[in-house]
Each structure stands twice: as C-alpha cells, then as structure tokens.
Design a protein around this ligand. Structure first.
Ligand SMILES: [Zn+2]
Length: 482
C-alpha cells in the first residue's frame, strides 16, 4: 500500500508540473496571438498608429466604452490604473474577474492561502483541478485565461505590517477582500498613510456590507473620506466573530459583494478620484462626497434587499486619519505602533484555556469513556445545521451561540439547572463537551463550571480536544466534517 501511495504521489506531482507548464504555454500563446493581431492592424493602417488603444482593445472593451460618461478616456484610465486585491477568496475572485475583464492595466493579488475543496462553492475563480495550489496563482490562471492583456502581480503571502508598505505603495486603488478584523484595520491604516482609496466589503451567511473609504484620500488631519476606523473605531468582540467555517456563507451573497467592489473601483478610476487629494477639487467640506455604507441581505426565506446608510465623514479623534494621529509608516512597519492582533482581542480562537486534566482526546473518549462510563452526558455545542450533518451517537445539541445570549435555566430547589440537563443524570455523572475544532467547547466548559453544574467539583466537566475534526481523524474517518 505504501508503495502504491508513493507511486500515486509521484504521478500526481508529474501531472501538476505538466499542467502548470501547459497553462504557462497557453498563456504565452494567447499573449503572442494578441500582439500579432495588433501588429497586423498597425501594418494595415495608413501611416503611423494614431489611436490611444490597440486594435484588439477596441473590440474587447467596446461595450463598456460606449457607456455614457465612460468613453475611450475611461478605458485609457483603466489601462493606466493599478489595483491591488487583498484576499483571493469569495470577494476577491469575482472582484478580480470583473476588473481584469474591464481592462485594468495592472492587477496585484495578495493571498497566502491554498485552494481547498470547501472554498469552491463561492470562490469562483478556483477549480477542482487546482486544489492545493496557492489562491493567488489559481486566481491568476483564471484571470489570464479571461484576459491576457493586463499585467498580473502575485504576492503569495499574507498582508502584514512588515510587507504592507512595499506592496500597497505600488497601487492606485486597494480592495479589501479579506475576512478577519486585524487585517481590515491594517489595510485601512496603510491606505491612509499612503493616500490610497479603499473599497472594503465583507459577507457572512446571507448578508454583506460595502463601503468606499479614504476617498478622496487626504493626509492625516485634512478633509478627506473617512477610514475604516472612523466607521468602526472598535473591533467587534472576538467572541462575536463568526468565520465562514463556523457561521456559513451563501456563495451568491459574497459574490454580489465582490462584484459591487469591482464596480466601485472602476468608478473611482474613471472619475479620477485616485489622483492625490487636491483642495481645489473639494473647496468646502460640504463638497466632499458623503460615504454610504451599503447593506445587502439575501435571506433564505425571502427576497433580497439593499439599503444604503449615509455615514459621517472623518472623525476628529480617529486613531489613523485625524490630525492628532501618531500612526506613521515607521511605527506600522517596525511594530512599535499597534499590535493588530492584540487590538482585535487576540487570536479569535484561544488554543487552550483548559488544563490538560480537563481535556480528553477523541480516541480516549471513544475507546474508554463512551463504552465504560455509560452514565455521562456528551454535549455538542455546534450550530444545529452542523449537528444535523453529522454527530456522535448519543450527543445532545445545545448550540453555543445561544449560550452567548442567555441560557435557559429553571430553578430546582434553589439550584440552577439548565433545562437540557437530563433529570435522570446522576449528580456525579461526567459531562463532556464537543464542538467543531475544540475552541468553543473550552469556553462552554468554563461556563458550565461557573454556573455550578459541576457541583463544586463533584462532577467532572471537560471537553474533547480538537472537537469533531479530531473525531474524524482519530475515530471515524467516514464522518462528514464541515
Ligand atoms: Zn479615520
């Protein structure tokens, strides 16, 4: 079996290398064909080429150039523009597709992740055959196939304080297509410092948000568009943040937001707002365009809706863009300023808050506790949708999201007893808590002890280390994991 696995791995590697070579060759061919076609057009023209665009570009972009207010000038502005897309996921894929299709001259893609099967339902540029490749490269393959004319620059790394200036400084407009608060604040700060308009969007479950920030850009303390911190001075509490992996996301909802981002970026470019801020353009504060926060919702139970909320302009006390700001390029890059992860409440998933004695491995629970300690309770704190897809036999589902609000309890002889606690469960019968990957279960275990469910130490309460993911790896490989 080992020999066969090795042979499969070798063959897979050779196929990937050959496919990459073939893709690169096709990309070169497409580019050469386009150049040859343009050269032929020039040969056939009477005298020197007198048009601002190449022949093939008139054909490719004609349908948008004839839009009122767009024109050939708009197309030339797009061709000269440089747009950075941070995050090649559910937002970044559709945004990049429309920007590449529209003929933005230079497109940068920042993403340090690789393509996984769970991305494909919404991250439309990635494909099954490119599982395991970097998202930046996978998106490049899609974009180059769509339009070989733009220049694509890949950054197969995560945006960080150390590389932010080097990367962002090369672009005119930035799209925030990421999904974590720490990176959102970092992107906003670097855009303020470098004077770049920022098109920011987010999506979760069936809802999304869109806002154009720092537009027009202006030095700290001057009158310009608000930054992300002006709109959201404080990050959401870490416990309230749901990732796509925990909360779920509807592909068309996040796709809609990415498409809207591309539209806003195109408008910024063709209106010329990406040029450095000039007080001539906005002589009075009232002349500044008022930013709007666009809220999109597409509930599974009803029709979609879009709502625009008008936002205030820059905050006088903003940490990043106000006159009293101490944020500088130096303090950002050398780490002497803000610790972004810390500011957002540390890592959203504490690796370990329980002691080793309070935790059991999935395999130990399966091998001994489940079969020997029959009288116990297994509490599964995932959302009911996760629980409904697959759960451990005998587990009781009490979603952790409900705990965060309030837990239903009833008075029982002066003792607080949750209604889900089976009346037949002995006072010293242990309780094991399981969640998706072993973070919520630790917090839930703490809560149960704070509520006194352990009877002052009479009853063992602990969690299953690594959650359902560990259960799949260690106990039941057939179990679906989402
Ligand atoms: Zn601000």
């Amino acid at each position: 079996m080992d020999g066969l696995d090795r042979a499969v791995a070798v063959l897979r590697g050779r196929v990937e290398t050959a496919e990459k070579e073939l893709r690169d060759l096709k990309a070169q061919l497409a580019q050469a064909e386009q150049l040859a076609q343009d050269a032929r057009s020039k040969e056939n023209s009477n005298g020197p080429w007198k048009w601002p665009l190449e022949a093939g570009e008139y054909e490719r972009y004609g349908r948008q150039m004839i839009l009122p207010g767009f024109g050939v000038q708009g197309q030339v502005q797009l061709k000269n523009a440089r747009v950075l897309i941070v995050g090649a996921g559910g937002l970044g894929c559709p945004a990049a597709a429309y920007l590449a299709g529209a003929g933005v001259g230079t497109i940068g893609i920042v993403d340090g992740d690789t393509v996984e099967a769970s991305n494909l339902h919404r991250q439309i540029a990635h494909t099954t055959s490119r599982l395991g490749t970097t998202k930046a490269y996978s998106l490049y393959c899609y974009l180059h196939d769509l339009n070989p004319l733009p220049e694509y620059k890949l950054y197969e790394e995560h945006l960080a304080p150390q590389n932010a200036e080097r990367i962002v400084s090369q672009y005119d407009v930035v799209l925030d297509c990421t999904d974590n608060p720490a990176t959102r604040y970092l992107i906003s700060d670097i855009c303020v410092l470098l004077g770049k308009p920022l098109v920011s969007a987010s999506a979760l479950r069936t809802d999304g948000q869109l806002i154009v920030l720092n537009c027009p850009p202006a030095p700290q303390g001057s009158k310009g568009g608000p930054c992300y911190r002006c709109v959201f001075p404080q990050p959401p509490p870490p416990a309230s943040i749901l990732s796509c992996g925990e909360g779920g996301v509807l592909g068309p909802a996040v796709g809609t937001m990415g498409v809207l981002q591309a539209g806003e970026a195109i408008k910024i470019i063709i209106r010329g707002h990406h040029v450095p801020y000039s007080t001539d353009a906005y002589p009075t504060p009232d002349a500044l365009p008022s930013p709007t926060l666009l809220l999109f919702s597409s509930p599974l139970s009803g029709p979609p809706s879009l709502r625009a909320v008008r936002m205030r302009s820059r905050r006088a006390d903003c940490y990043a863009c106000s006159g009293s700001s101490v944020l500088t390029l130096e303090s950002l890059s050398d780490g002497s300023g803000m610790d972004y992860v810390q500011f957002c409440g540390g890592l959203p998933s504490p690796e370990s808050t329980l002691s080793a004695e309070e935790r059991v491995s999935a395999s130990d629970y399966a091998a001994t506790i489940r079969s020997v300690t029959k009288d116990h309770l297994l509490l599964d704190v995932r959302e009911p949708e996760h629980f409904g897809i697959a759960a451990i036999d005998g587990a009781v589902n009490v979603p952790f999201s409900q705990w965060k609000q309030s837990i239903n309890v009833e008075e029982d002889g002066g003792q607080v007893r949750p209604e889900w606690l089976p009346p037949t469960l002995r006072d010293d019968a242990p309780i094991y808590v399981v969640c998706r990957v072993g973070n919520d279960s630790q917090v839930a275990t703490r809560r149960l002890k704070e509520m006194g469910i352990d009877g002052g130490g009479k009853r063992f309460i602990g969690d299953i280390r690594g959650g359902m993911r560990a259960w799949k790896e260690e106990v039941d490989k057939s179990m679906p994991f989402t």
